[in-house]
Each structure stands twice: as C-alpha cells, then as structure tokens.
Design a protein around this ligand. Structure first.
Ligand code: SAJ
Length: 401
C-alpha cells in the first residue's frame, strides 16, 4: 500500500493518537476523529492530552506538515482504524458499545475498496459480530468489496512509539482478502513481522498475551503472601528461582492496574466462564492484593498512636501518570477512608490530584513514621535502605535495598 493514502483514525486516545501521528509522519494523510472537542482542539494546535515519551514531538511535526488533522465527524478515507476503549460493565462483562458506536458513525463514509481495521482489544467474535455486522446492515458488501480485519494493539505504555514500529503485528481478517489487505497496510510502516491469521484467533491471541502476564504476576503476588508468612524475602526468592534456565517469574506488587491487564483477562472469562478457571483465579488473586496491603499497613499502624504514613506513588505503574485501575490509588483512598493515621502522598508524575494533596517525596519521607512504597518510579528507585533506617518500611515493589 503506497503512502499518501488517506487514513481515518477513530478515537484519539492512548493508541489512536500515537498511531495517527506516526502515520502522519510516514506520508499518510491522516484524519483523527474523536468525540471530545477538547481533544480535537488540542491536537489541531499541535498539542497532546496524554503523557507518553516523545509523543508531543511527533504530533507537532505531523500537524505542522499538514498530514494530521482532527475533527468531531468522521470523513471519507481509504483505511479506517478503530481505536476506542473496551472497558467492562457490572459483573466483568465486556462493553463493546464504543466499538458499536464508532462503526455506526463511520459506516456512511465507507466506500467500496476501503479497509476497516479494529485495533481495540476485543472479545472473540467482535470483528465479525459487531464491526462486519454493522457495516453489512448499513448496506456494505463486506464479503466482496469492503475489507474488515482485527489487528490488536500490543504496545506498552511508556514505549508506545518504539513498539508501534518494532513489535510484530497479528493481522486477522474476516476473510482472506481482508487479511491480505490489512497485512499490506501494516507492512508499509511496521518494522516487526506482520503475521497473517483470522480475526477470531487475533482477538484471542491479544487477550491471551495479557492473561499470561496477569497469571504470571498473580503467581508472584501469591508467593509474596507466602513469603510474608514464612518471613522470607520474596525478591530474593524470585531472583534465585529465575536463575533456573526455564523459570521466569515476574515481580509482585501492590496489585495489577491499568486499563489492559486488569481488564482483558475478564473477556476470556466472560466467553468461557466454566473453562477459564486459572485466568479467573489470577484476576482474583491480583485484585485481592491491594486489600492485603491495606491490612498489613493497619497491623503495623496499630503499634503507634496515630502514625504518619508516607505513601510513595499513586500511578498504576512506574514512570507514568496514569491512575486508571491503579492499586496504589485504591490503597491510599482506603487508608484515608479508614482513618489509618495521617496520610501523606507523593506522586512525582502528577502536578496535583483533585482529592489527595501531593507533596515532594523527600518531604513525605522526612515526616513519615511508616513509609509505604507503592510504585517503583525512577526517583524512588534511587532510595537506599540505609537512609530510611529510622522508618518502618513497607516496600510493596521490593526495590529498596
Ligand atoms: N506489574 C506487576 N509486576 C510485574 C509487571 C507488572 O505487578 O512484574 C503490574 C504493573 O505495576 C501494573 C500492571 O501490572 O500495575 C500492568 O502493567 P504492565 O506494564 O504489565 O502492562 P500494561 O497494562 O501497561 O500494558 C500491557 C502490555 N501487555 C503485555 O505486556 C502482555 C502491552 O504490551 C499491551 O499492549 C497493553 O497491556 C494493552 O494495551 O493491552
């Protein structure tokens, strides 16, 4: 597929905006469609509304070159990329309403020969039963002249721009012609391998990747509870076990957060509730970890008369400002709600939080009786056990030596 093709990216969030700006600097003419006036205005000014390394430079250059514009209505294009959220509803049931709405909105602009790609992480069957179905209902011949494929995004927040180019991509069409069209499109800008499959396999492969990571972290978190009981250092334990050539255990923490790993495994469970026993249990183990941390802090705090508890970190993981599903945030809010001492908080990646006052970390450390390390942000990784020896340290990430 040659450059100068027109691409309409639907949803300018964590995946859509980096993808749109990248394509804009690779010679495509890109139009980003989003429902938020604020997002559209920010991008058209060459600015960004999310934090991601180097994204500001890329968006600015794509906008200044005239290859990226944004608006509140879809437009005609050769390729449509849907990159909208797929959260879950009550009972951990997948919510594909954003995909439905996005497909309905673009349907009047789709023409014969166009390629429609779903990048949003989706339950098995969504590409066929939601996207292709809605296009069919709108009168398009998706078996003949409109091509529909799933190409799940697989980029790690914090490394999005690198991984968009370098990662291998899975491309699964609803038929062979759709797969071939989508492979040709991704091969025009991806350096990793572009691997052809069908839509359902691509959907489940993406869910499987995140569920695998969740299960591995759940194992580490379970070992951390066992080590706490046995008075064994879990970090040392895991690093010793990982010396085995076929063992690779991830790190325990205060729980698993973010909008991907804490969500996507539930889509597997929802599709096969009787079969996905391990996947469900891993989610439960990881979801129980914040409560365990709160209980541990309470047990330690009970030895003081109204202690000052210094909490280091609020984000869902290191070196991001993203608070979605953040276990650190849940823990801090619970400690505040339960009136466990005086809570002081530092989050170096945020200027402010609407409910929780933030302080510089050296101030929090200085005043704290109990220091609760929740996120392994860069400035916290520099802390040494020797300089904190006056404090009672609860290091949920095991980074302070
Ligand atoms: N975490 C641990 N221990 C670890 C690793 C992570 O407790 O050893 C925690 C983190 O602190 C965080 C959560 O897990 O709370 C998730 O963080 P993450 O860095 O593992 O993953 P995400 O959610 O930022 O991105 C994942 C990635 N998936 C995989 O690595 C298989 C990314 O490639 C996907 O594109 C992304 O989900 C997505 O969008 O689905």
């Amino acid at each position: 597929m040659s450059a100068n093709k027109k691409v309409c990216v639907v949803g300018l969030g964590y995946i859509g905006l980096p993808t749109a700006s990248l394509l804009g600097t690779k010679g495509f003419s890109v139009y980003g469609y989003d429902v938020s006036q604020r997002v559209v205005d920010t991008i058209n000014r060459g600015g960004i509304h999310i934090v991601e390394p180097d994204l500001d430079i890329l968006v600015k250059s794509a906008v200044q070159s005239g290859n990226l514009t944004a608006g509140l209505e879809p437009c005609e294009a050769d390729v449509f990329i849907i990159a909208v959220p797929t959260p879950f509803r009550e009972g951990h049931q997948p919510d594909v309403s954003y995909i439905e709405e996005a497909t309905k909105r673009i349907a009047p602009y789709v023409k014969a020969g166009n390629l429609v790609i779903l990048e949003s992480t989706s339950p098995v069957g969504t590409t066929e039963n939601v996207v292709a179905r809605i296009l069919r209902e709108a009168g398009h011949d998706v078996d003949e002249d409109v091509f529909v494929a799933h190409c799940p995004e697989r980029v790690l927040p914090g490394r999005i721009l690198v991984e968009l180019i370098e990662n291998d991509r899975l491309v699964g069409g609803i038929n062979e012609a759709s797969t071939a069209k989508a492979v040709e499109f991704y091969e025009s800008f991806v350096r990793g391998d572009v691997i052809a499959t069908n839509a359902r396999t691509a959907e489940l492969a993406k869910l499987t990747e995140n569920a695998f990571r969740d299960v591995n972290i759940a194992f580490a978190n379970e070992m951390s509870l066992i080590c706490d009981k046995e008075e064994i250092n879990v970090g040392e334990l895991i690093s010793l076990a990982n010396r085995h050539p076929r063992v690779n255990i991830l790190q325990p923490g205060p729980g698993v957060g973010g909008h991907c790993i804490a969500v996507d495994p539930w889509f597997i469970v929802a599709g096969a509730p009787d079969l996905a026993r391990l996947v469900r249990t891993a989610r439960e183990v990881n979801d129980a970890k914040p409560g365990w941390v709160v209980d541990k802090v309470k047990r330690v705090a009970a030895k003081f008369h109204r202690p000052t508890i210094g909490c280091l970190g609020l984000a869902f993981k290191a070196d991001v400002d993203d608070l979605r599903e953040s276990p650190a945030l849940h823990i801090v809010q619970q400690l505040i709600r339960d009136g466990v001492g005086e809570i002081l908080v530092s989050e170096p990646n945020l200027e402010e939080h609407p409910e929780i006052p933030l302080l510089p970390h050296h101030e929090v450390i200085k005043k704290a009786d109990i220091l609760l390390l929740l996120v392994d942000h860069k400035p916290f990784r520099k802390l040494k056990a020797a300089e904190l020896k006056e404090k009672i340290l609860i290091d949920t990430r095991g980074i302070i030596q």
